[in-house]
Design a protein around this ligand. Structure first.
Ligand code: SF4
Ligand code: SF4
Length: 166
Protein backbone atom coordinates (compact mmCIF):
# COMPACT_ATOMS: atom_id res chain seq x y z
CA UNK A 1 0.00 0.00 0.00
CA UNK A 2 1.48 3.36 -0.91
CA UNK A 3 1.81 6.24 1.54
CA UNK A 4 -1.11 8.20 0.11
CA UNK A 5 -3.48 5.22 0.34
CA UNK A 6 -2.36 4.42 3.88
CA UNK A 7 -2.90 8.04 4.97
CA UNK A 8 -6.32 8.10 3.36
CA UNK A 9 -7.33 4.98 5.28
CA UNK A 10 -6.05 6.35 8.58
CA UNK A 11 -7.91 9.62 8.02
CA UNK A 12 -11.11 7.76 7.23
CA UNK A 13 -10.79 5.60 10.33
CA UNK A 14 -10.25 8.69 12.50
CA UNK A 15 -13.46 10.12 11.09
CA UNK A 16 -11.74 13.09 9.41
CA UNK A 17 -11.51 14.84 12.77
CA UNK A 18 -9.43 17.78 11.56
CA UNK A 19 -11.84 18.47 8.69
CA UNK A 20 -14.78 18.98 11.05
CA UNK A 21 -13.70 21.56 13.54
CA UNK A 22 -13.75 24.85 11.64
CA UNK A 23 -14.66 27.71 13.94
CA UNK A 24 -12.33 30.36 12.39
CA UNK A 25 -10.94 31.22 15.82
CA UNK A 26 -8.98 28.19 16.89
CA UNK A 27 -9.27 26.22 13.67
CA UNK A 28 -9.33 26.75 9.92
CA UNK A 29 -7.33 25.65 6.89
CA UNK A 30 -5.17 28.46 5.65
CA UNK A 31 -4.76 28.56 1.88
CA UNK A 32 -1.95 29.71 -0.34
CA UNK A 33 -2.55 31.31 -3.73
CA UNK A 34 -0.94 28.21 -5.24
CA UNK A 35 -3.52 26.07 -3.43
CA UNK A 36 -6.25 28.05 -5.17
CA UNK A 37 -4.63 27.48 -8.57
CA UNK A 38 -4.21 23.75 -7.91
CA UNK A 39 -7.83 23.39 -6.76
CA UNK A 40 -9.04 25.25 -9.85
CA UNK A 41 -6.97 22.99 -12.09
CA UNK A 42 -8.04 19.86 -10.21
CA UNK A 43 -11.73 20.72 -10.34
CA UNK A 44 -11.40 22.21 -13.83
CA UNK A 45 -13.20 25.31 -12.70
CA UNK A 46 -12.23 28.92 -13.36
CA UNK A 47 -10.15 30.50 -10.59
CA UNK A 48 -12.83 33.16 -10.04
CA UNK A 49 -15.41 30.46 -9.39
CA UNK A 50 -13.13 28.62 -6.98
CA UNK A 51 -12.52 31.78 -4.97
CA UNK A 52 -16.20 32.66 -4.97
CA UNK A 53 -17.44 29.20 -3.99
CA UNK A 54 -14.78 27.82 -1.68
CA UNK A 55 -12.57 30.57 -0.29
CA UNK A 56 -13.33 32.56 2.84
CA UNK A 57 -11.35 35.77 3.24
CA UNK A 58 -10.67 36.83 6.80
CA UNK A 59 -9.46 40.38 7.20
CA UNK A 60 -7.78 41.15 10.50
CA UNK A 61 -7.21 44.80 9.66
CA UNK A 62 -3.45 44.72 9.47
CA UNK A 63 -3.37 41.45 7.58
CA UNK A 64 -5.65 38.99 5.87
CA UNK A 65 -5.74 35.25 5.44
CA UNK A 66 -7.36 33.00 2.89
CA UNK A 67 -9.15 29.95 4.23
CA UNK A 68 -11.52 27.25 3.08
CA UNK A 69 -15.21 27.75 3.62
CA UNK A 70 -17.04 25.38 5.94
CA UNK A 71 -20.62 24.29 6.44
CA UNK A 72 -21.71 23.57 10.02
CA UNK A 73 -18.06 23.49 11.03
CA UNK A 74 -17.17 20.97 8.32
CA UNK A 75 -14.85 21.75 5.46
CA UNK A 76 -16.77 22.43 2.28
CA UNK A 77 -14.84 19.63 0.56
CA UNK A 78 -15.58 16.95 3.16
CA UNK A 79 -17.90 14.16 2.05
CA UNK A 80 -18.99 10.85 3.57
CA UNK A 81 -16.10 9.31 1.67
CA UNK A 82 -13.56 11.76 3.03
CA UNK A 83 -11.86 14.62 1.25
CA UNK A 84 -13.30 15.17 -2.21
CA UNK A 85 -10.16 16.96 -3.39
CA UNK A 86 -7.73 14.43 -1.97
CA UNK A 87 -5.33 14.62 -4.93
CA UNK A 88 -5.04 18.41 -4.89
CA UNK A 89 -5.99 19.35 -1.35
CA UNK A 90 -4.33 22.42 0.24
CA UNK A 91 -0.72 22.09 1.25
CA UNK A 92 -1.71 22.65 4.90
CA UNK A 93 -3.89 19.52 4.68
CA UNK A 94 -1.14 17.57 2.96
CA UNK A 95 1.45 18.25 5.62
CA UNK A 96 -0.88 17.81 8.58
CA UNK A 97 -0.23 16.83 11.41
CA UNK A 98 3.11 18.54 10.89
CA UNK A 99 2.07 22.08 11.58
CA UNK A 100 3.68 25.43 10.67
CA UNK A 101 6.64 25.56 10.53
CA UNK A 102 7.25 21.93 11.26
CA UNK A 103 7.74 22.61 14.94
CA UNK A 104 4.39 21.32 16.14
CA UNK A 105 2.81 17.93 15.59
CA UNK A 106 -0.79 17.42 16.68
CA UNK A 107 -0.45 14.51 19.12
CA UNK A 108 -4.15 13.68 18.81
CA UNK A 109 -3.85 13.00 15.10
CA UNK A 110 -3.53 9.23 14.57
CA UNK A 111 -1.01 9.90 11.79
CA UNK A 112 1.41 11.17 14.42
CA UNK A 113 1.85 7.54 15.51
CA UNK A 114 3.39 6.65 12.15
CA UNK A 115 6.91 8.12 12.05
CA UNK A 116 7.47 6.88 8.50
CA UNK A 117 4.49 8.94 7.33
CA UNK A 118 5.65 12.00 9.24
CA UNK A 119 8.99 11.79 7.47
CA UNK A 120 7.05 12.12 4.25
CA UNK A 121 5.24 15.19 5.61
CA UNK A 122 8.40 16.87 6.79
CA UNK A 123 9.71 16.77 3.22
CA UNK A 124 6.77 18.95 2.21
CA UNK A 125 7.13 21.44 5.02
CA UNK A 126 9.85 23.45 3.29
CA UNK A 127 7.58 24.00 0.30
CA UNK A 128 4.71 24.71 2.70
CA UNK A 129 6.63 27.53 4.38
CA UNK A 130 7.73 29.02 1.05
CA UNK A 131 4.19 29.04 -0.28
CA UNK A 132 2.83 30.65 2.85
CA UNK A 133 5.50 33.33 2.82
CA UNK A 134 4.88 34.00 -0.87
CA UNK A 135 1.13 34.38 -0.31
CA UNK A 136 1.57 36.57 2.77
CA UNK A 137 3.98 38.85 0.90
CA UNK A 138 1.68 39.18 -2.12
CA UNK A 139 -1.37 39.91 0.05
CA UNK A 140 0.57 42.51 2.02
CA UNK A 141 1.88 44.22 -1.12
CA UNK A 142 -1.30 44.15 -3.18
CA UNK A 143 -3.87 44.45 -0.39
CA UNK A 144 -6.75 42.91 -2.39
CA UNK A 145 -10.25 43.88 -1.30
CA UNK A 146 -12.50 41.59 -3.29
CA UNK A 147 -12.69 37.92 -4.33
CA UNK A 148 -12.08 39.07 -7.92
CA UNK A 149 -8.83 40.71 -6.88
CA UNK A 150 -7.77 37.55 -5.02
CA UNK A 151 -8.53 35.54 -8.15
CA UNK A 152 -6.43 37.93 -10.22
CA UNK A 153 -3.46 37.41 -7.89
CA UNK A 154 -3.87 33.63 -8.19
CA UNK A 155 -4.01 33.97 -11.99
CA UNK A 156 -0.75 35.85 -11.85
CA UNK A 157 0.79 32.80 -10.12
CA UNK A 158 -0.51 30.64 -12.96
CA UNK A 159 1.17 32.89 -15.50
CA UNK A 160 4.46 32.53 -13.65
CA UNK A 161 3.98 28.76 -13.89
CA UNK A 162 2.79 26.85 -10.88
CA UNK A 163 5.79 24.53 -11.08
CA UNK A 164 8.24 27.41 -10.81
CA UNK A 165 10.37 26.83 -7.77
CA UNK A 166 9.99 29.38 -5.04
S1 SF4 B 1 -4.89 14.29 9.43
FE1 SF4 B 1 -5.03 13.23 11.40
S2 SF4 B 1 -6.73 14.20 12.50
FE2 SF4 B 1 -6.87 14.79 10.35
S3 SF4 B 1 -8.30 13.29 9.45
FE3 SF4 B 1 -6.19 12.51 9.12
S4 SF4 B 1 -5.77 11.17 10.84
FE4 SF4 B 1 -7.56 12.43 11.40
S1 SF4 C 1 -9.56 20.08 1.94
FE1 SF4 C 1 -9.91 17.93 2.38
S2 SF4 C 1 -8.32 17.37 3.87
FE2 SF4 C 1 -8.45 19.61 3.83
S3 SF4 C 1 -9.88 20.13 5.49
FE3 SF4 C 1 -11.05 19.97 3.60
S4 SF4 C 1 -11.82 17.86 3.54
FE4 SF4 C 1 -10.14 17.96 5.02
Amino acid sequence: MDVRELKYRICMSCGSRCCKRFDYKTWYVQLTLRDIVRIAEGLREPIDEVVRKYVKIINYGTYMILTLKAVDGKCIFLTDKGCSIQNFKPIACRTYPVYIPGTYIDPECPLSRYPELLEEEVKNVEQYIKEFNETRQILENKNPKTPQQIAELARHITKRKLEESL
